[in-house]
Design a protein around this ligand. Structure first.
Ligand code: ADP
Length: 505
């Protein structure tokens, strides 16, 4: 109480009233002198070291000091042990938690091993020999999902017996209360129903905690010991954490399976769509070609003279027919690419020839708009390997766009070879594309939303097809542009391309 050293030189000289007990004690144990030093922690005595002598006599001040030092050291030792134990426990809990997390991240598709690890880790950490995870199913009962018992008969029983909320089992009680339940001794608790099973399973002390998601009961996790020893508050807390982890694991698996199913359905739907488009485009092209062909023959006077008024109409039919055909071809290309049916026909090609073909095909368009059309292709470029027809289609599209979206100035095609790759650029002095639109235009049916662009017609498919074709070659297509100044579309493809199986989406 006084937190100080007491020193008795001779017990026989002590006041018999005040120290009756000590005097009795001294006679009983045969001592005459004693020295007591308190073990002080923050001014409070947590213990005491006592020395006793058979004969009366004073302890020296050195001895008193020494005992005080020993008492202080004893306190430090006790504190160290406490700290150490706490640390070790914290570490154990941490290791256990990270073990569970590791298993969770490894086997996301398979719930069994995850739950098994959770319950085994929980059992080991909480010093229980048995454990089980029970999950609530549609029938309103809790079913055994993972765990282990000592006796196979007990394990079999748990595996096969559904538990209902409110029944006189641990799972039943936890399910009813939605809170942790401790059973001190299942074998000797008259309120515990399956005592015969507890006997077979050697089950004594038990702990059950609810598995909750958004406050809703989801399952129950149980531990059992073969001895009677109540679970500590710390162990109940740890078990609650493990129950949370089990819930997360179950949720993860459910979500992943759902996503997997959904994406499979989407894939199938998308394949059907592409197949449908491919078929439809084919069915549309044949009659359309006939319409264009016959109109052309009529316009050419093959079926007799055409009145001037009708001539204009026929030309419009033809122009519209061509536009429609272009659109159908684009859709067909795109759906082929999406269905993975667009196979590159690899061959050797010359960049100079390719650029030449593109320029001669677009020359009249440029001339009609009074634009300078030119190229800068250095001599001595190596022969490339790739689908020449498809790459020409890409360049044609880029040059066609450049002419379409440029009202004055020039359009130029440049070629270069850098580190085993061709860089083909189409440079124009046209409207340019705002930064926020630059990524969008490579998507299907995307056009820059301003009237001057819209007026130029087109479908918004050209660039997305071009991008897929370039990507199938293992290359990239990019744009740099400034509104009002012009654009540079750059295609980079390996000189010797080998086809990529699937177009990057
Ligand atoms: P389309 O030309 O049929 O509309 P594209 O996919 O080829 O389809 O082009 C998409 C859009 O990108 C065009 O509508 C236009 O808004 C923009 N664009 C493409 N090339 C240029 C260019 N050289 N200059 C300005 N805008 C361009």
């Amino acid at each position: 109480i006084e937190a100080r050293v007491t020193h008795v030189v001779d017990t026989e000289e002590l006041d018999p009233q005040e120290y009756a007990l000590t005097k009795d004690y001294a006679v009983q144990h045969g001592f005459r002198a004693q020295l007591n030093a308190p073990m002080l922690q923050e001014g409070r005595a947590i213990g005491c070291i006592c020395l006793r002598r058979r004969n009366p006599g004073a302890f020296t001040s050195r001895q008193i000091e020494l005992l005080e030092t020993f008492a202080a050291q004893a306190v430090i030792a006790i504190q160290n042990v406490h700290l150490f134990t706490e640390l070790r426990e914290a570490l154990e809990y941490q290791t256990a938690t990270s073990e569970v997390l590791k298993v969770m991240s490894r086997s996301t598709f398979d719930l069994g091993p995850v739950l098994q690890t959770v319950i085994e880790t929980a059992a080991r950490l909480c010093k229980a020999e048995m454990g089980g995870v029970f999950q609530l199913e549609d029938d309103g009962a809790f079913h055994w999902k993972a765990g282990h018992a000592l006796d196979p008969r007990y394990q079999e029983h748990e595996r096969e017996t559904p538990h209902y909320p409110g029944e006189d089992t641990l799972v039943g009680r936890v399910a009813l209360r939605g809170a942790p339940v401790s059973e001190l001794d299942a074998l000797n608790d008259p309120a515990y129903g399956p005592r015969d099973m507890a006997e077979i399973g050697q089950v004594r002390s038990m702990l059950g905690v609810p598995m909750l998601r958004d406050g809703r009961l989801f399952g129950v996790m149980c531990l059992a010991r073969t001895r009677v020893e109540a679970f500590s508050t710390k162990q109940v807390e740890a078990m609650t954490v493990f129950a949370d982890q089990a819930v997360i694991a179950i949720e993860n698996v459910r979500l992943i399976n759902e996503i997997r199913d959904k994406s499979h359905q989407l894939e199938v739907a998308s394949q059907h769509k592409s197949q449908f488009l491919a078929n439809m485009s084919h069915e549309l092209r044949t009659p359309l070609n006939a319409i264009i062909g016959y109109t052309e023959m009529m316009a050419d006077g093959l079926y007799g003279d055409v009145p001037e008024k009708a001539q204009g109409v026929l030309e419009r039919v033809q122009a519209n027919g061509r536009h429609l055909l272009g659109l159908i071809n684009d859709v067909l290309d795109l759906s082929k690419i999406e269905a993975g049916q667009l196979v590159l026909a690899m061959e050797e090609y010359s960049v100079a020839d390719m650029v030449g073909t593109v320029l001669s095909a677009t020359e009249s368009l440029a001339r009609a708009k009074n634009l300078r059309l030119g190229s800068d292709v250095p001599a001595g470029l190596p022969t490339g390997t790739g689908d020449a027809r498809r790459l020409t289609q890409v360049l044609l599209n880029l040059v066609g766009n450049a002419i379409k979206f440029t009202d004055q100035g020039s359009v130029e095609v440049r070629a270069a070879q850098v580190d085993g790759r061709f860089e083909l650029s189409v440079v124009d002095t046209g409207f340019g594309i705002a930064p926020e639109d630059q990524a969008k235009i490579f998507e299907e049916f995307q056009q820059v939303d301003n009237t001057s662009t819209r007026k130029k017609g087109g479908t918004g498919l050209g660039l997305s097809i071009s991008r897929r074709i370039v990507e199938l070659h293992g290359g990239r297509i990019t744009v740099e542009s400034e509104v009002g100044k012009g654009s540079i579309f750059k295609v980079v493809v390996p000189v010797n391309a080998s086809p990529i199986k699937e177009a990057a989406q």
